[in-house]
Design a protein around this ligand. Structure first.
Ligand code: GLN
Length: 256
């Protein structure tokens, strides 16, 4: 083989390697799209803007910033929370961004990015309730939770409680307001947001925050390269102030 052919071959290999290594190597090509799966009834992390119908929220801004850092576009698709891990395993989506807590059970199925938000669970009850003041008081009560969540898992551990699982957090709050449940167990920042956005007319937070849970983005275990790139991009936006900007936009405070 002549030297020319060999170098042409090597060049072709290089181009191919760049092409499959993800985004960031754009020339005239359109940017590569990463498909992000979410469950868009979880404000302030992910929800649909009433007017524009666009998906918005902390997670949405975060994945968009990560994608931009990687030279990609983020395409957001919303589905049931309990459908996200199966969709990732079936490679219908590339990444889950859904306020998903990093748990050992999930980590058997998916690869988690470095943690990006510290969360925990709390309880919402009706303003008129005087019987529930902590997780201990949930024994024997009727609990509304979102299906497939850590809140649902925790509620199921409570002795003689009746747990009803809903497709979305908003359905769980609705059940509380309509009197079908005594309490909602859900992620604390989502409970807080619900109350601030008008829920406090009927409901209130009680007790301490249970569990410290870290949110992580989930990536298909086979896609180690994407995991590495996402972690690198996350580290970069934490360093360059972009993460702080997004945090302040949604939580109005500095990162604790
Ligand atoms: N953080 C909780 C979990 O991972 C709830 C997430 C959600 O409902 N979007 O189960």
């Amino acid at each position: 083989m002549s030297k020319k052919i060999i170098s042409a071959f090597l060049l072709a290999l290089l181009v191919l390697a760049l092409a499959v290594s993800g985004c960031g190597q754009q020339t005239s090509q359109a940017p590569k799209t990463i498909k992000i799966g979410t469950e868009a009834t979880f404000p302030p992390f992910e929800f649909q803007d009433d007017k524009t119908k666009e998906y918005v929220g902390f997670d949405i801004d975060l994945v968009k910033a990560i994608a931009k850092q990687m030279g990609c576009e983020a395409e957001i698709v919303s589905m049931g929370f309990d459908g996200l891990v199966p969709a990732l395993e079936a490679q219908q989506i590339d990444v889950i961004a859904a306020g998903m807590s990093i748990t050992p059970e999930r980590a058997e199925k998916v690869a988690f990015s470095d943690p990006y938000y510290k969360s925990g669970l709390s309880i919402v009850v009706k303003n008129s309730d005087t019987t529930i003041k902590s997780f201990k008081d949930l024994e024997g009560k009727r609990l509304a939770v979102q299906i497939g969540t850590t809140g649902a898992e925790e509620a199921k551990k409570i002795a003689s409680a009746t747990v009803r699982e809903f497709n979305s957090s908003s359905d769980a709050y609705m059940e509380l307001v309509s009197g079908g449940a005594d309490a909602v167990v859900n992620d604390h920042p989502v409970n807080q947001y619900y109350l601030v956005q008008g829920g406090s007319k009927e409901s209130k937070l009680v007790g301490d925050i249970l569990n410290s849970e870290d949110y992580g983005l989930a990536i298909n275990k086979k896609n180690t390269e994407l995991s590495q790139k996402i972690n690198a991009a996350l580290a970069e936006i934490k360093k360059n102030g972009e993460y702080d900007k997004i945090y302040q936009k949604w939580f109005g405070a500095k990162v604790q």
